[in-house]
Design a protein around this ligand. Structure first.
Ligand SMILES: NC(=O)c1ccc[n+]([C@@H]2O[C@H](COP(=O)([O-])OP(=O)(O)OC[C@H]3O[C@@H](n4cnc5c(N)ncnc54)[C@H](O)[C@@H]3O)[C@@H](O)[C@H]2O)c1
Length: 357
């Protein structure tokens, strides 16, 4: 049984940007996982990435990788529209799955994946790696253990106009291929949708990771000078109030963070662009001793920590620390609710939305 092995043998589907910048290295550096296989239909990219990362196997055909009994788990790192179908195929083949965010593009397909994941007994995790940011994890622990009841949460995620200057300096040279498989049409043709799926998924996941279930949102969208600003008033299921700010792109540095106010303390956090591999600066104030707690968060490799958490849940059967399929569905519901609310001006309950972003 694969669960008895100490090291998880991972097959990565997709040798594109995110795998090159994060997953290949994360699997190679992980203590309890190995980069066993790489799969991409673009054979030139597959050959180049295999030469660099030396997986044991390289597959151009996903079904052939899934048929390899040595593959314990799959990281689905392909375009958003392919996430659910590829994850379902992996589950059918008996593989655990770490699927990139957003989990899917419609509520319906995500519900289906949740049901199949639950019935399979396999570990299905969503790649919102910020849950593995030591600062954010520390904040959540403080909120749960010491802060007492929450009254309010604010969170913001604002991509910067200077973002590519930063990431080009930080990431490895990303290899591309003419043969790469992409979904029909240009995903950037509808920029608002593209931004909500790419960035809103992180904002919503962090907000519910810290603040718990979101019941409803009322969102206003303003578009000016090529920038998009979604401001959402949030009703948390526990009766707390919230505000989410998704602004793409701000004319300044990357701007991401959160504030949480509670009965016995409060939390303030600043999150960095992930490619700096720097944990969030978090300060948790406790009324108990009238002082702030600040974690160092020396290990900022969220992507490696994410794979290690995934492998730990599979190999040791410990509770998942990452987002599970239900969390992935909740984030997709949240994004759909934001978009619907921005269209109508009405508050939208997450439990009532259907369709896609
Ligand atoms: N977690 C994060 O912070 C983060 C950051 C960036 C991107 N992402 C996510 O990662 C995902 C992938 O993004 P990307 O920019 O790397 O995409 P990409 O298009 O650059 O790469 C995907 C690769 O998968 C291959 N592929 C697609 N379908 C295939 C199939 N059926 N069989 C074999 N190969 C197949 C393509 O040929 C391509 O090379 C997206 O969902 C994106 O949202 C997450």
């Amino acid at each position: 049984m694969s669960e008895k092995r100490r090291v998880l043998r991972v097959g990565v589907l997709g040798a594109g940007q995110i795998s090159q910048a994060a997953h290949f290295e994360a699997c190679r550096k992980a203590e309890n996982a190995e980069l066993y296989a790489i799969c991409d239909v673009a054979e030139d990219l597959l050959a180049r990435m295999s030469a660099v990362h030396a997986p044991r196997k390289a597959y151009a055909d996903y079904d052939v990788m899934l048929a390899d009994p040595n593959v314990d788990a799959v990281i689905v790192a392909v375009a958003d529209q392919f996430h659910v179908p590829m994850a379902l195929r992996a589950i059918k083949a008996g593989k655990h799955v770490l699927v990139e965010k957003p989990m899917g593009v419609t509520v319906g397909e995500c519900e289906k994946l949740c049901g199949v994941a639950r019935a399979s007994g396999l570990v299905v995790q969503v790649g919102t790696e910020k849950r593995f940011d030591e600062g954010i994890a520390f904040a959540r622990e403080f909120i749960r253990e010491e802060m007492g009841e929450m009254i309010a949460l604010k969170a913001w995620y604002c991509d910067s106009t200077h973002r590519y200057t930063m990431t080009d300096a930080l990431q490895p040279v990303i290899e591309t291929s003419e043969k790469a498989r992409r979904p029909e049409g240009d995903p950037r043709a509808e920029l608002g949708r593209y931004y909500v799926l790419g960035h809103g998924s992180h904002l919503l996941d962090t907000a519910s990771f810290l603040g718990g279930e979101i019941g409803a949102v009322r969102t206003r969208l303003v578009e000016k000078f090529g920038a998009y600003c979604w401001f959402s008033e949030v009703a948390f299921a526990d009766g707390s109030v919230g505000h989410l700010d998704l602004t793409i792109k701000v004319r300044m540095d990357w701007h991401e963070g959160f504030q949480v106010y509670g009965e016995h303390g409060s939390v303030i956090g600043r999150t960095y662009n992930p490619w700096y591999f720097k944990s969030s600066d978090v300060k948790c104030f406790s009324e108990k001793d009238g002082s702030y707690r600040r974690p160092l968060g020396a290990d900022g490799h969220f992507f490696r920590r994410q794979v290690e958490g995934f492998a730990e849940a599979i190999l040791e059967g410990v509770p998942m620390r990452g987002a599970d399929a239900e969390d992935g569905l909740a984030a997709v519901r949240g994004m759909v609710a934001m978009v619907r609310s921005a269209q109508t001006g009405e508050a939208v309950r997450l439990s009532e939305v259907e369709g896609g972003v």
